[in-house]
Design a binder for this molecule. Structure first.
Ligand code: HEM
Length: 469
């Protein structure tokens, strides 16, 4: 009906042109045509092999107008949105576009029981509660500094050369779950990393026989967390407010240990996966740029004048350091937001049909010269310093109703970690002519890209002379 009211919103010729080519990828400008079944597997395979490559080819193929286009993966059609104006329209629409179904699908595939997924009638679903608790805990002015202080305590203890070479990824486990989890599963961080490498199979709903390794790692994490939640509460008090509060609310509505463990695991994973990769690229960009390293070293120095590290100074009062963080996010984020369409909806000049899905792959926007200016393929630490207005197009943390509620914590914790590292240690390339590591673009991720396994840079760490600290 809607299309009848908007006759010139689409051109049939345009759609036919796109759909009658001999290319293996079928791209619908419009939705009046459904891709044929024979193309469906091809899309999924191409997407998994190189998601951004496929999306770029599709965008260019549709004339690079940046109007919405469609691709089909598995048995689902996704409308791809790459224009900032269209992204804003999607964010503002909470009437005909929703996210809940995606959270429910993932929890279902992870084995969460139906009552736990949907919540009890008239009580908020656990996914919604999780989001609200994060906002309460992790936003400036709320409890952000409490958890930030836990992170600093951990860095103080561990920013030694011995520790840095082995242990830093335990910070999330210790901050969120205290000592008991370490006792139950001492290798938790390693197991989580193993899972993290293969977790994209969850997103693409791989069948069990193609995802045994991922499932084995995941089940170990579930088991340890289930044991943790089944342990007496008085053994689990050395944790942050968030963990205790979420457990209390879930228990109130009768969610069992196993389901709490599954939900906690999705959070633990989300917190750990992007933060470690974000920190990796941030440090790497700075180390490969000795001028930037010198600027940052001087800029952050005032944050270390007193006994207590000034976290706010590091995150908000060091413009060059902050600009480099923003640029790092722009360069390395593969983040997407997704929405489910509950009613036919117009975006741009297109009509998007009910029952299909929207994907906003932000890398397509982050590499758009008309938004971010020249040489978008290159890291330019001054890009956001010269034009702070660009921040609103930096979508590494997603946006709208689903925007990452951990963004303030992630930004603060990573900036403080990198600042403490630079302040205490002289970090340089072990072999000065190493090439900048390549990102692993073939494996889909939820946020920040991974580095190619063979490309980990080799570093030299030296204590800075006391007078420099
Ligand atoms: C550099 C680090 C991080 C990046 C790049 C990142 C990125 C993202 C992205 C892209 C999303 C999906 C947004 C969307 O759908 O529009 C997301 C969701 C989420 N993130 Fe993060 N994140 C990071 C760190 C964290 C941390 C440290 C926490 C918690 C302490 C966290 C908690 C969450 C939660 C709970 C959600 C789900 C929100 C919802 O469903 O409404 N993230 N994050």
């Amino acid at each position: 009906m809607l299309s009848k009211r908007l006759p010139h919103a689409f051109s049939q010729a345009e759609a036919v042109h796109c759909l009658t080519t001999r290319r293996s990828i079928l791209i619908g400008y419009l939705v009046s045509f459904e891709p044929k079944d024979s193309t469906v597997v091809g899309h999924l395979k191409s997407f998994v092999a190189n998601s951004q490559g496929l999306l770029t080819r599709a965008r260019l193929y549709c004339g690079n107008t940046r109007e919405p286009f469609a691709i089909t993966m598995g048995n689902q059609k996704f409308y791809i949105i790459t224009k900032p104006e269209d992204v804003s329209v999607v964010f503002r629409n909470s009437t005909t576009l929703t996210f809940e179904i995606f959270a429910q699908e993932i929890l279902h595939d992870l084995g969460c029981s139906e009552p736990a997924i949907r919540g009890i009638p008239r009580v908020k679903s656990p996914a919604r509660l999780t989001r609200e608790f994060h906002v309460h805990h992790l936003f400036p002015g709320n409890l952000l500094n409490d958890i930030g202080a836990e992170f600093v305590k951990y860095y103080e203890k561990t920013l030694s050369i011995e520790y840095l070479t082995s242990q830093t990824k335990h910070v999330t486990r210790d901050a969120y779950f205290g000592k008991l989890l370490r006792k139950i599963q001492p290798d938790m961080a390693w197991i989580l990393l193993e899972y993290d490498d293969l977790a994209w199979k969850v997103l693409f709903r791989y069948p069990p026989f193609l995802s045994r390794k991922m499932r084995a790692a995941r089940d170990k994490v579930f088991k340890a967390l289930e044991k943790y939640y089944a342990s007496p509460a008085d053994q689990r008090t050395d944790t942050v407010w968030f963990t205790l509060a979420l457990e209390k609310e879930m228990r109130k509505v009768g969610v069992n240990d196993r389901d709490i463990a599954i939900m906690a695991m999705t959070i633990y994973w989300g917190v750990a996966t992007n933060s470690r990769k974000g920190a990796f690229w941030f440090i790497t960009y700075i180390i490969f740029n000795p001028d930037l390293m010198a600027i940052v070293h001087d800029e952050i120095a005032p944050a270390f004048m007193n006994a207590k590290v000034d976290q706010d100074y590091i995150a908000n009062k060091c413009p060059r350091f902050r600009g480099a963080w923003e640029e790092n996010l722009r360069m390395t984020a593969f983040s997407s937001s997704v929405r489910y369409i509950t009613e036919d909806t117009i975006i741009g000049k297109k009509i998007l049909r009910k029952g299909h899905r929207i994907m906003m792959p932000y890398r397509q926007m982050h590499l758009d010269e008309s938004v971010f200016g020249e040489r978008v393929e290159e890291f330019n630490s001054e890009r956001f310093v010269k034009d702070p207005g660009l921040r609103r197009y930096n979508m590494a943390f997603g946006g709208g109703a689903t925007q990452c509620p951990g963004r303030y914590l992630a930004t603060q914790a990573i900036m403080v970690f990198v600042a403490m590292l630079i302040h205490r240690l002289q970090v340089t390339l072990d072999l000065p002519d190493q090439k900048f590591p390549d990102a692993e673009e073939a494996i889909p991720v939820l946020g920040i890209m991974d580095v190619k396994r063979s490309e980990d840079p080799s570093l030299r760490l030296q204590l800075r002379p006391i007078s420099e600290e």
